[in-house]
Design a protein around this ligand. Structure first.
Ligand code: SF4
Ligand code: SF4
Length: 140
């Protein structure tokens, strides 16, 4: 896999839930694919429009998660109520990726409190994220 990834980057999630909503300096856009919305609706028994808003298609995404007081509707304290089926954008955070020519170029959110803590991430962490995204987007 042709990847350009941050070198010697330490990261350990602090479970602060800052990525589950807006902060004073940025609004968090929690994009969802149609199949993610369907899966969440099926597992929670909620109607899709109670937690997701349709948006003009943005790549594979057709919805965005609703927020309450700037936080994802599934956030309870600092816990995610749908953790095992949380969307891809949540699984990726604090990383983002874009494709430039044949290369996946990774970036990271510098304001994530887990950046710079813990062990240096091995390169296969990023390969696993790409594989997970490819699998999820293929089945969506
Ligand atoms: S990914 Fe970063 S912002 Fe999100 S919970 Fe973990 S430490 Fe906090
Ligand atoms: S789905 Fe879960 S992990 Fe994703 S933003 Fe909402 S509460 Fe956070």
């Amino acid at each position: 896999m042709n990847l350009l990834v941050p070198k010697n980057l330490r990261f350990e999630c602090q479970r602060c839930a800052r990525c589950c909503g807006d902060t004073s300096h940025r609004s968090r856009n929690l994009l969802l694919t149609k199949s993610e919305v369907e899966e969440i609706a099926e597992r929670t028994g909620l109607s899709p429009l109670s937690f997701a808003t349709p948006i003009p298609s943005k790549g594979p995404y057709q919805y965005k998660m609703k927020k309450r007081a700037g936080k994802c509707v599934f956030l309870e304290g600092k816990s995610c109520r749908i953790y095992d089926i949380r969307p891809l954008v949540c699984r990726f955070y604090p990383f983002s990726v874009c494709k430039k020519e044949n290369r996946y170029v990774f970036n990271f959110a510098e304001d994530c409190p887990g950046i710079g803590l813990g062990e240096v991430l091995p390169e296969d962490t990023f390969e696993e994220l790409i594989s997970e995204a490819q699998f999820k987007l293929k089945t969506s």
